[in-house]
Design a protein. Structure first.
Length: 405
């Protein structure tokens, strides 16, 4: 019994140092955990990373996929809220390259008067404005100024101490009634002609639905696969986080450049169906001479036919909220071949072209019935051999026959 007691005492003494070191090991565990990433970075072969990829800690500083390089790439800006760099969105590879604006066309350049018009309606309206309305206004203004000057000099007090008491003059009354009527008729005839041309569009080659939102534009192409693009204003470089897209001179002037342009083909009649999702907006491109309201719950129509390729800018011209001034419109007119390439880059299809089916959805498409194997044709029965003697059936004698025998 004494030996057993001594054995228990010795065993307890041997276990005491291990129990005393256990709290120290637990207290040092955070340091060990903090050092584990460094150990993993120092020995990348210690174990495979999740998903078969190496952890970010093993990437070299100069690697294109390192966190620092990712933060410098477009779309890979660091998240200020989380304090970590977010993975950049991989840009979709598109064969379509947008063109830069042409100075003097579709871009405000500080000139006096109207922008250079690129549509037949715009040219007719600009000619009516510049060659008739302005001249008529100038002639009326000069006539009124000359009449006032003559009246002030001819009928001043020093020359007419006794004022005239004429109450009416038939000739003058007929003139000041007939002349304004003739002036209004001279204005109304070309105005009505212009309105008739503007609101009698030819058959449309392309239909685009324009939707106003607070505070961006949405464009839908129902004739080309019914795809949709969302257009927002591009901010300046100092206004966006590092790595995000910002405005450049190739995109357009400040407050007018957009990230997604409205692309239309040159030489084609394009019909715009304009509406709104929230409040009243207005769709306006000065070089096209078209301005129409975008009302919620209502469809308005306008049309353009632009023969000159280029980039043309406009903006919302209806007060629509706090960011009304930051709702630009960018339209790019391209040749028909480039328009087809742009439609393909957006996942759409040209009218008359068969859509490209997905590789993994052809069999389950409701428009393509699954392949049904042809039914096996019935095989003809083999004829019995001619020399074969048919076997006689062996019938067992009935019970009645056996009893008779």
């Amino acid at each position: 019994m004494k030996l057993i007691g001594w054995a228990v005492l010795i065993a307890a003494a041997g276990l005491t140092p291990a129990a005393a070191q256990a709290p120290q090991a637990q207290g040092a565990s955070p340091q060990a955990q903090g050092a584990s990433p460094q150990a993993a970075a120092a020995s990348p072969q210690a174990g495979p990373a999740t998903g078969g990829q190496r952890p970010d800690a093993t990437l070299q500083p100069g690697s294109p996929t390192s966190p620092a390089a990712v933060a410098q790439q477009p779309g890979g800006a660091a998240d200020p809220a989380a304090g970590t760099a977010s993975a950049p969105a991989k840009p979709a590879s598109s064969p379509f390259a947008h063109v830069a604006p042409t100075p003097g066309y579709g871009v405000p350049d500080g000139r006096r008067g109207l922008q250079e018009q690129v549509t037949a309606i715009g040219e007719e309206a600009a000619s009516f404005h510049n060659n008739w309305l302005l001249l008529l206004c100038a002639a009326i203004s000069l006539f009124v100024l000359a009449l006032l000057s003559y009246t002030m000099v001819r009928y001043r007090r020093g020359r007419n101490p006794v004022p005239s008491r004429t109450s009416h003059n038939t000739t003058i009354e007929v003139l000041w009634t007939l002349v304004p009527v003739l002036i209004l008729v001279a204005i109304a005839i070309p105005s009505i002609r212009l309105l008739r041309h503007q609101y009698s569009p030819p058959p449309a080659d392309v239909t685009i639905k324009v939707i106003g939102n607070q505070w961006y534009w949405t464009y839908q192409y129902p004739d080309h696969g019914d795809f949709e693009i969302v257009s927002n204003m591009l901010k300046e470089r100092a206004e966006v986080p590092a790595g995000q897209r910002f405005r450049t001179d190739a995109d357009g002037p400040p407050l007018l450049a957009v990230d997604e342009r409205l692309v239309i083909p040159a030489g084609k009649v394009v019909k715009f169906i304009v509406t709104s999702n929230d409040v009243i907006h207005a769709f306006w491109v000065p070089a096209f001479w078209n301005k129409i309201d975008a009302n919620p719950g209502q469809l308005n129509e306008t049309w353009v036919k632009v023969d000159r390729p280029g980039v043309y800018f406009g903006q919302c011209t209806e007060l629509c909220g706090a960011r009304h001034a930051f709702m630009p419109i960018g339209v790019e007119v391209v040749p028909e071949a480039r328009f087809a390439a742009w439609v393909a880059s957006k996942g759409g299809t040209m009218p008359g072209a068969a859509p490209q089916p997905a590789a993994d959805s052809t069999g389950s498409s409701p428009l393509t019935p699954p392949a049904i194997p042809a039914a096996a044709a019935p095989q003809p029965q083999a004829a019995p051999p001619t020399n074969a003697t048919p076997a006689k059936p062996t019938t067992a004698p009935s019970q009645g026959v056996a009893n008779n025998n």
